[in-house]
Ligand binder design. Structure first.
Ligand code: SAM
Ligand code: SF4
Length: 329
């Protein structure tokens, strides 16, 4: 096995796979209120096709895979895909990003299939705000139950991702931080990224320096460098009395492109070397046309070679072709 590296010598070992463009929520920063035109099912990669791509990627050096969406748990049979991916010997880590609404129903099955850990996106602890942000009448309690069930079946860690939106949920930073003390939550605060299609066109994020200032009433955050740190860009801290942690993900105020280790596969089979660039390579048609494993690997290498040095959100460049829900965030 050879390691995958891009033209800036970044090692690429992490593949995010979007398994569907469908979602049961319509989060205000991610989707338009009436949703997106859905792709016909025939355009979506089958689990067998995803498996072949993952296998080729693993042979090149991908060792970590995350399943995302849309909402991955609305696609039926997800545990089957996890089971298939878990059979690829060199894949060490399979994780999931979900909105949590269906998690309590599937957590045990996902765990036995080989899922190691899960990130739950949750932006508020208040039911009325939950309905406002997700533009749905779903129940916040279902997500909270999903988090508890995931923990109880041994998915570890369960991380809670909160997109911090000025004037909408930034008044809840302290409430989430308290959960790291009282309930051992691992919370990550994420800067809101602009997304044209979702109607977030201006840079309206709360910088990490501000977030930290608002957490001061709980004490001094100490850097936390063990265990919880994953494959991603978060920097972790904790309060002295807490067993849970706080992470900050700062795509805008302190971008982390220099250490980016990711590739993304869309549900219709496009490989994207960067979330925030429109560059992508189609793998679906070649795959359906009977491409050899070697040629598939060559396409993956090509995509890696095209990985840009960094994104340009702060300079106002927002990709126009796909929403985050269509790439997987
Ligand atoms: N439906 C799943 C979920 O919500 O976790 C997985 C897909 S979602 C697109 C993946 C992640 O992207 C979520 O954590 C979501 O909060 C994040 N995301 C979507 N739009 C975003 C934006 N404009 N800024 C920051 N994060 C965003
Ligand atoms: Fe759906 Fe996730 Fe986007 Fe919310 S963030 S609309 S749950 S894909």
């Amino acid at each position: 096995m050879t390691g995958l590296a891009d033209s800036f010598r970044r090692s690429i070992n992490y593949l995010r796979i979007s398994v569907t463009d469908r979602c049961n929520l319509r989060c205000i920063y991610c989707m338009p209120s009436d949703g997106i035109p859905l792709m016909p099912h025939s355009n979506i990669l089958t689990y067998e096709e995803i498996y072949v791509i993952a296998q080729a990627a693993a042979e090149l050096g991908i060792t970590k895979v995350r399943l995302t969406g849309g909402e991955p748990l609305v696609r039926s049979g997800l545990p089957k895909l996890i089971q298939m991916l878990a059979q690829i010997e060199t894949i060490e880590d399979i994780s999931l990003t979900t909105n949590g609404t269906l998690l309590s129903r599937y957590a045990a099955e996902l765990k036995s299939a080989g899922l190691r850990r899960v990130n739950v996106s949750l932006d508020t602890l208040k039911q009325d705000k939950f309905e406002f942000i997700t533009r749905s009448d779903n129940n916040l309690d279902d997500v909270l139950e999903g988090i508890e069930v995931a923990r109880s079946v041994g998915l570890n860690p369960v991380k809670i991702n909160m997109v911090v939106m000025p004037g909408i949920n930034d008044d809840e930073l302290l409430d989430f931080a308290v959960k790291t003390i009282d309930d051992e939550w691992h919370v990550r605060f994420i800067e809101l990224m602009p997304s044209d299609g979702a109607g977030v066109t201006a840079l309206r994020f709360v910088p990490v320096s501000d977030m930290r200032r608002r957490l001061e009433p709980l004490g001094e955050l100490e850097p936390y460098l063990f265990g919880i740190t994953g494959n991603g860009p978060a920097r972790y801290f904790r309060f002295p009395s807490a067993r849970g942690t706080i992470g900050f993900i700062t795509p805008i105020s302190e971008h982390f492109c220099f250490s980016c280790n990711r590739l993304r596969l869309t549900s219709d089979g496009r490989l994207r070397p960067c979330l925030l660039s429109e560059d992508e390579i189609d793998l679906k048609q070649p795959l359906r046309g009977g491409i050899s494993l070697d040629s598939l690997k060559q396409l993956i290498r090509e995509s890696v070679a095209n990985k840009p040095l960094r994104h340009h959100l702060a300079e106002g460049y927002i990709p126009k072709d796909r929403l985050f829900s269509q790439v997987g965030g």
